[in-house]
Write a protein that binds this ligand. Structure first.
Ligand SMILES: NC(=O)c1ccc[n+]([C@@H]2O[C@H](COP(=O)([O-])OP(=O)(O)OC[C@H]3O[C@@H](n4cnc5c(N)ncnc54)[C@H](OP(=O)(O)O)[C@@H]3O)[C@@H](O)[C@H]2O)c1
Length: 258
């Protein structure tokens, strides 16, 4: 039976991390596990999930592809197994630089970052709203979603899509008087498998990034650009005139992608 309230006397929460097998999602999971919350972890690599779980009864795992048609079924089964959920972090993501515009890469990026993301966002919204529950969903978007990137068209467009979609869901939640909130995290480069072998500037440490994300989620920030040099870069990206962005800056970004 699905238990609808997940607060217990220690004010611990039930938290699910989608894409917890590596990188930022795995680091965030580690923090929540250390804090004693009941966590649900997902990803396609079962052995990695089992390794994190060990014999910890506070950890529940589910192996599935975010863009499989039955992903919402897996998500709801995990929620049921945990007795409810009030916080979900969607960290699954795919992105490759693709200046040659390989169609398969572009489509796969959209599958994970848009279709998989929506399969989770819609399922969670309806679960929280229909049961009159409080819920909070976070997506690990990217600074790449602030301004379109010629070297990664699908990646930058899908990362923009995620925060735009959340803006719409915020409005929908307000129309329905639902107690659901949304956070879009926008990191710059973070040292994970995602950018392995690349020589990108200002690469951040994933442990610090995860701690900053957990804090921003606690504060229910709507949009949060990760710390340091990435804040002024994000500001510059927002205000720079289009002709400059397409020209000099575009070439500079293209050169660092090696
Ligand atoms: N690293 C960066 O520089 C950077 C910068 C900005 C934003 N981000 C964003 O941060 C998020 C996490 O990336 P990361 O840096 O932590 O990279 P990562 O270590 O490669 O982690 C990616 C995670 O996504 C999961 N995933 C990928 N495709 C999936 C699919 N089809 N179904 C289910 N899970 C899938 C992977 O799990 P399985 O392979 O086990 O399925 C893995 O847990 C991504 O959304 C990325 O866009 C990263």
């Amino acid at each position: 039976m699905l238990i609808l309230s997940t607060h217990n006397k220690y004010n611990k929460m039930n938290i699910i991390i989608i894409g917890a097998t590596s990188g930022i999602g795995k680091e965030i999971a580690g923090i929540y596990i250390d804090q004693g919350h009941k966590v649900g972890l997902t990803g396609r690599r079962k052995a990695l999930l089992e390794e994190i779980k060990g014999d910890n009864e506070n950890i529940h795992i589910s192996t599935y592809d975010v863009n499989a048609e039955d992903a919402p079924v897996h998500l709801m089964e995990l929620i049921e197994q945990m007795g409810g959920v009030e916080r979900v972090i969607y960290s699954s993501g795919y992105g490759k630089s693709n200046p040659e515009l390989d169609l398969e890469k572009e489509l796969h990026t959209a599958d994970v970052n848009v279709k998989g993301f929506m399969r989770h966002a819609t399922t969670l919204f309806n679960y929280w709203n229909n049961n009159n529950l409080q819920g909070h969903m976070t997506v690990i978007s990217s600074i790449a979603g602030i301004r379109s990137l010629g070297i990664a068209p699908s990646y930058s467009a899908t990362k923009n899509y995620q925060s735009f979609y959340f803006e719409a869901l915020r409005q929908l939640a307000s129309m329905k008087k639902a107690k659901i909130s949304f956070t879009a995290i926008k990191p710059g480069f973070v040292a994970t498998d995602f950018i392995a072998g690349k020589n990108y500037p200002f690469t951040l440490n994933k442990e610090i990034v995860a701690r900053k994300i957990v804090k921003a989620v606690d504060r229910k920030r709507k949009n949060y650009v990760i710390y340091g040099i990435w804040r002024p870069i994000a500001l510059l990206m927002r205000i720079i005139p289009p002709f400059l962005w397409r020209g000099a800056i575009g070439r500079l970004i293209g050169r660092s992608d090696n």
